[in-house]
Design a protein around this ligand. Structure first.
Ligand code: SAM
Length: 275
């Protein structure tokens, strides 16, 4: 099982990170441009839902049933506290379950026919072995109806553009085994990421595993997805027509964050995999 109960201890800090400009200007608009905008009548499974930020958004965008699953009970308690922004309906609604994403027995009884869409934001960085990564891909695939899609965000290791060990603008520091002795980042490397506040002071640290795009795509295909697409961050021009777009005056700011993300952290990967 992936280790992640650190999230039990950092619920508040993580919720605050949702107002981080990268998330606001880049992650969310890009995610919604990949996922689409109208989920009327659809069923959605949100794996590693955290405190339910995206689960609630899916309900706002019309999803009939959303099931959020997270390994951290504290995250799930926080999600439940934040409630359902859409009026709840008897058959569908918004349900949260504390479970490992790979433990399908814990959540599939809520939708025996399979979901129209599976989503995860930052689940793969918690796979500490290739076997665990494969199991996560398998869980997403088998939870879907045929013809459904898996839309997600993950951090990945791009060996041509490896992440910097620290970034003032993105507000993190990162170490890994041997980082002080010149050991290079490599596929599946375990890193410890420390978030910094706006004064540069360390706040919280959590482990992540950085998998290459090639490994991630291969495993998604190995479990049965027919096509795997990777999308670049939505740029300012596309953003103008986006449902989630910030006002035009924010475009310069948004592009500043896209550049910072590319130059300092390499890339976040936005993928759509089709069953
Ligand atoms: C960076 S947070 C992202 C939360 C949410 N997806 C979002 O974007 O707001 C990562 C979450 O993954 C959860 N997690 C890690 N490993 C998991 C696993 N094997 N199964 C389910 N959740 C997991 C953690 O508890 C944490 O809440």
């Amino acid at each position: 099982m992936a280790s992640s109960n650190i999230y039990d201890e950092i619920v508040e800090e993580y919720s605050q990170a949702k107002s981080n400009p990268y998330k606001q200007y880049v992650e969310e608009p890009t995610f919604w441009s990949c996922a689409g905008k109208d989920f009327s009548g659809k069923t959605v499974l949100d794996l590693a839902c955290g405190s339910g930020h995206y689960s609630r958004q899916f309900r706002i965008h019309g999803a009939h049933q959303v099931v959020g699953v997270d390994i951290s009970n504290e995250m799930i308690l926080e999600a439940k506290k934040l409630g359902d922004p859409a009026s709840s309906d008897k058959e569908g609604g918004l349900t949260y379950i504390t479970a490992d994403a790979t433990d399908q027995g814990a959540y599939m009884p809520l939708n025996k026919d399979g979901f129209d869409l599976v989503t995860s934001q930052y689940l793969f960085p918690y796979a500490n072995t290739k076997d665990e990564l494969l199991k996560m891909c398998k869980a997403a695939f088998s939870a879907l109806k045929s013809g459904g899609s898996y839309v997600g965000v993950t951090t990945f290791l791009d060996s041509d553009n490896p992440p910097k060990a620290q970034s003032a603008i993105l507000g993190y520091e990162m170490t890994w085994d041997g980082s002080n002795d010149g050991v290079a980042l490599h596929d599946g490397v375990g890193v410890l990421i420390t978030l910094l506040d706006n004064k540069g002071q360390k706040t919280v640290s959590f482990p992540n595993y950085l998998w290459s795009k090639e490994t991630t795509s291969k495993f998604l295909k190995d479990v049965g997805f027919s096509v795997v697409e990777w999308h670049k961050e939505t740029d300012g021009v596309q953003r103008k027509n986006d449902l989630e777009c910030p006002q035009d005056s924010s475009l310069v700011e948004a592009n500043k964050w896209i550049t910072a993300a590319r130059e300092d952290f390499g890339l976040c990967g936005y993928f759509v995999a089709y069953k």
